[in-house]
Design a protein around this ligand. Structure first.
Ligand code: AMP
Ligand code: ZN
Length: 462
């Protein structure tokens, strides 16, 4: 299997360090708001990677953190903590906010068939691990204390910038000058922040009441669960120049190793050709798309159609096209499902090989979808159906559960009124009346089926 490694800027042959099990860390959400479809694209990428590795026979130990403290408004050290800001604006407890948005995030993953990684640790549950990490860095002489926190001394790590290819002096020239007197170098970054009184999430530490910085969270949690060196680290491309450079600097300084052998990054989703962000107010959530009549699978299909290293421009025309394709794919699939005929083994093997070649070529999922489409145009066969379901282990498009959308039939008001009356009678356990009204409905041409909290009406075909 070949995977693109941001570190070497090439596709490299991939094999896990310890034989069959891939140890993988993914930067997870900061849970101060709903995840938007751009964020979710990055998790669809993580999921495709997991599913493809499994399809190719590997096992996975995946860790995705939940950032519930310490991520400041900018990825470097400016601005308020995002959790604290949300708590202040909504007049709520930050723990309550974190719990709510974490719950919604996991629901979104479920809707999109994104497999939940094996471990999903929360930053606030690992304060002691982070503190120990920072203490280790101080002991190594690569961190120093200022009036407002503990900072990493970038001069201790001349290789800083290797992942992004941005040299430190170029970064310095481009960076805006921060008002932070205590820092020795503008690119030195916060490992730990001293908490002002109003910062609700704070802990006692050797440096007084304080809280961890965002970068140390990922370094401490990945090390705890996956060790000093693991196989793959994922995130969105925005993490390359700051967050992941900082993770590498911290790990190199403490353990002497770059923590991940492969650094993989999902490209951004744009909206109408421009930047999408919660702060610009041009984002959508999955719930909003559902409210507009799209299935989560339409959005997933939309993501699968573009390679993860290509920018993907979100438009409703694009989503509509994905919807049409997905439904068409489903109805083609149902023809094969209903078929009793078989397909010659060599044809099946040909498609299997082509599919696997696509998947193992740095997750060429659009190519693999192409294989699926070509295959579904073969004469109807139960073998093609079975293979499409097998391919769906990678796609995660719920193909085994696919059902054609039932046409909504308008129920006339008088029929609805009788059905409501019958529902009331059932609630009152008036079975005689209920039966009588069932017959009345039948006479009007409608069959009624009882559901848990209501009923379903279908026209009787004469
Ligand atoms: P956050 O919750 O802000 O930390 O972001 C969660 C994930 O979404 C990170 O991995 C980001 O890299 C990613 N992300 C943010 N915006 C976009 C976007 N427009 N397209 C794709 N991924 C994004
Ligand atoms: Zn991270």
């Amino acid at each position: 299997m070949k995977l693109y490694n941001t570190l070497s800027r090439t596709k490299e042959d991939f094999a896990p360090m310890d034989g069959k099990r891939v140890r993988m860390y993914s930067c997870g959400p900061t849970v101060y708001n709903y995840a938007h479809i751009g964020n979710l694209r990055t998790y669809v990428f993580m999921d495709l990677l997991r599913r493809s590795l499994k399809y190719e026979g590997f096992k996975i130990k995946g860790v995705m953190n939940i950032t519930d403290v310490g991520h400041l408004l900018s990825d470097s050290d400016d601005g308020e903590d995002k959790m604290q800001k949300a708590a202040r604006e909504q007049n709520k407890d930050p723990y309550e906010i974190a719990a709510y948005y974490t719950g919604v995030f996991f629901e979104d993953l479920k809707k999109l068939n994104i497999e939940r990684p094996e471990l999903t640790p929360k930053a606030t549950d690992h304060i002691a691990d982070m503190e120990k990490y920072v203490q280790g860095l101080i002991e190594k002489g690569v961190a120093y204390e200022t009036a407002d926190g503990i900072y990493f001394d970038i001069s201790a790590f001349p290789e800083y910038g290797k992942l992004s290819g941005i040299k430190l002096d170029e970064q310095q020239a481009g960076a805006r000058v921060e008002v932070n007197d205590g820092k020795r170098h503008p690119a030195d970054f916060a490992l730990w922040k001293k908490a002002p009184k109003e910062h609700i999430m704070q802990w006692d530490s050797p440096w007084g009441k304080s809280y961890p910085g965002w970068h140390i969270e990922c370094s401490a949690m990945s090390r705890k669960y996956l060790g000093d060196i693991f196989d793959i680290h994922t995130g969105g491309v925005d993490h390359i120049p700051i967050h992941h450079e900082n993770e590498i600097a911290q790990s190199q300084a403490l353990t002497g190793h770059n923590p991940a052998r492969f650094w993989m990054h999902g490209e951004f989703m744009l909206v109408d050709g421009g930047k999408m962000s919660k702060s610009l107010g041009n984002t959508y959530t999955i719930a909003q798309l559902e409210g507009m009549g799209y299935k989560p699978m339409h959005f997933r299909y939309f993501c699968l159609n573009a390679h993860y290293r290509k920018k993907l421009n979100f438009t409703f025309e694009g989503l509509d096209a994905a919807k049409v394709s997905y439904e068409r794919l489903g109805s083609l699939l149902l023809k094969h499902k209903a078929a009793a005929a078989a397909t010659p083994l060599e044809i099946i093997e040909k498609y299997k090989k082509e599919f696997s070649e696509n998947v193992s070529d740095d997750l060429n999922v659009p190519g693999a979808l192409g294989t699926l489409w070509t295959m579904l145009k073969e004469p109807a066969s139960k073998d093609i159906y079975a293979l499409a379901i097998e391919f769906d282990r990678v796609f995660g498009l719920s193909l085994a559960e696919y059902e054609e959308e039932k046409e909504e039939v308008a129920v006339p008001d008088d029929v609805r009124a009788v059905a409501d009356e019958r529902f009331e009678a059932r609630k009152n356990k008036d079975w005689a009346k209920s039966d009588e009204l069932r017959e009345k409905l039948a006479a009007l041409g409608w069959a009624v089926k009882d559901a848990k909290d209501g009923y379903e009406l279908t026209p009787i075909n004469k």
